[in-house]
Design a protein around this ligand. Sequence first.
Ligand code: ATP
Ligand code: MG
Length: 416
Amino acid sequence: MAFQKSPGTQDILPSTVERWQYVERKAREICSRFNFREIRTPMFESTELFQRGVGETTDIVEKEMYTFTDRGDRSITLRPEGTAGVVRSYVENKLYGEPDVSKLYYIGPMFRYERQQAGRYRQFHQFGVEALGAVDPALDAEVIALGYTFYTEVGLKGVRVELNSVGTPEVRAAFRERLLAFLQPKRELLCKDCQSRMERNPLRVLDCKVDQKHFEGAPSILDSLDEECNVHFEKVKAYLNAMNIPYEINPRLVRGLDYYTHTAFEYKAEGIGAIDTVGGGGRYNGLVAEIGGPDQPGIGFGLGIERTIMLLEHQQTVTEEAGQIDVYFVGLGDAAERETVRLVYELRKAGFRAERDYLSRKMKAQMKSADRLNARYTAILGDDELERGEIALKSMVDGEQRVVPLNGLAEALANG
Ligand code: ATP
Ligand code: MG
């Protein structure tokens, strides 16, 4: 039996890879304008890093990690998200010792053992940014704006920003009591997951996708914020307003991860089946210390690239011209073969996209290939032309054909 890919993984074939490259190019280009620089961290890390950095009570750590023991008896986990590894690297490489705020981004595969559905895979890709080393709410607003700009500039319509503040650990402790008082009487109505979340991490109950109908009249964390949290939140909103970034306040938005403080946000869009979140992030002032580093604040987001691409397809956004090659070589006869090999190579070195026939097909079939590849020109080299040191160059746009000297081919192509 032939092999098949593992459940939850995907082949990105040449027919769609250009869309991926386009999205990734946009991400890099926008990061560069915002002065975020790329960081590449390993695809696997010690399991403990994720247990501490993502949080023991999260879905990720509880049931989604790809964890195994390596031959050296270490517990290793394929990264389920990007933040923990970036923060580990920031600490290990003492980036906090540099004079400026560390503004970092990453693009790459993540791994989670999840039930497969539209927009949910076991190997998926995230574009994420992390800004470490400052508590300035201008940085929160900048990170939110960066993600929003990314969606806008790849050409998506209807992406919304939802915003909340989850306060500080102290604020949350007080809110937790109020929330539990509200939830206790409804306990039996809630799903199994939420019943167990109520003990360990009740704030995350509000995040539940199935129980939303029971949360009418639930207390809002925004009413529990202290002075410091309020000031921070007000500034984030004011700066978003200053940049004209639209957002909606959602006091139920908590995000799945434990280390968030103050700002939490999500990017939402319709069009991926039952899923409406395409990315999210927040501030995590406790995380760097949590994984053993100095007490440095941070803020970031992670966006799903598959979901971005699904939305582009759903909205039928045109992302890129189909690739066009400059010249397709139609070779006729054995004697021309050696010259074709040379010319194709010379043109490629000179910067042209050149292709040729490898199947010794008839001229008609070769011309069809040139059409399929959307070639600007075909170069036809038969024995007669070769003898004269010439080649026939045919424009595929207007069908016009002219004869040029073999050593004048690059010049002829350059001049159109
Ligand atoms: P969800 O509620 O959809 O499970 P999440 O809270 O687990 O999302 P995050 O950990 O915040 O998601 O990841 C940020 C983004 O990464 C998501 O908004 C989504 O676009 C993408 N993402 C997360 N998990 C997957 C997955 N299994 N397959 C594809 N994309 C994913
Ligand atoms: Mg998830």
